[in-house]
Design a protein around this ligand. Sequence first.
Ligand SMILES: [Zn+2]
Length: 479
Amino acid sequence: MATTTLIRNAAWIVAWDAAAGHHAYLRDADLAFSGNTITFVGKGYAGAADETIDGRAVMLIPGLVDIHSHPSTEPFFRGIREEHGVPAMFMSGLYERSFAFRTDAEGRRAGKTVAYCEMLRTGITSIADLSGPDPGWIDLAADSGLRVFLAPGYASARWHLENEWQLKYLWDEDAGKRGFRDALALIEQAGRHPSGRLSGVIFPAQIDTCTEALLRESWEAAEARNLPFTTHCAQSVNEFNEMVARHGRTPIRWARDIGILGPRAILGHAIFTDEHSWTRWHTHDDVRILAETGTSVAHCPSPFARYGHTLEDFGRYRRAGVNMGLGTDVSPHNLIEEMRLAAILARVAARDIKTTSTGELFHAATVGGAQALGRDDIGRLAVGARADLVLVDLTNPFMLPARDPLRSLVYTAADRAVHSVFVDGCKVVDAGRVLTLDHAEALGLLAEAQARMMDQVPSHDWARRRAEDIVPLSLPALV
Ligand SMILES: [Zn+2]
């Protein structure tokens, strides 16, 4: 018999109102789960329970769904990426960084462990992990306790730089095909894992680095296996201009024309549309195309905001009918803080406080992400859903006064108030401590690996610069 856990008298439950299609507050109520499934949400639970948790100082929220992350590489960029950008590439540092800063396999494992720990501690329970196919990935994902949608990336070309302003491509179509085959094998292996928490996403890495044939074959594979499909699209002005130069069409329109948009498609990040103020193309169709095809957007505000970029704007996409999900494209892997930033940037971009709301952002961080991944059993607290849930500590000073605890969480406390986390009915975080992985050990290994990466920068960088020359420290050293 499955063990039943009861959270009795939760002060607040963010419960799923299926009839209305949105989350709603439920006060002073109970939630029970048996094994990995929620069996009761409401008042006056009368059944038996093997374990009872006092919920009087708790807000229960569904585990967050992160639909775009790069755990194997992004933790390396702490202290580097926050202020790195190339003005001659419309401020994006993506190409210079991925060219010059390269990590080794041992380091990527440490990075992944650190990222998984950050995700768990901040209340994320499901992730799309967009990474290279490193050995040991499946076991590490399973050990983390997270629900992981493994998205092994592959491409027909690599970005190449010979100066500061020009993005070039080194094509190797066979490498793309091999990567695609390997990705399919890895996804199949993940799907068979006995934990039942692993599955896959088809991930041709970028719209500009994959041939049309590879993108089409990838889409067919996703359809045949009923898997989500994701790629980076409309993520930079350079990419937008490159696709216009190749096809005379915006990246989003071209994606639609070659048949890779639809309800199983997730675009990271769909920022640089035909109407974006940094592209100013002559059409006005891209957002409508996303809505009409049922394509989801993985919105990750942090990395872009640091360059000075923003989606224009979250509320407009929503009103157009686009399914919006959120991701943690970079470190920190903190979806609560991404909700806050997304709300603020939407209002700045729209010059309108009413363009979006905390409720809409929370929807994106839960149900919107679940929909993008083709799941109706995660991202919600409802009978029959998976027991992926977060206990938020209402006594944390940053939550008080908890007049509207979701606002306290999003605008003030964030992960500081995340007390415990369950995934698939198993406790993975207790009192803010990750129970499944060794966070401290991984941080030590990550620091060593970051130092190795920094040492190697001159041998990769197009101008043979040192890491310190590309990204100086934020203050000068006193001598
Ligand atoms: Zn990304």
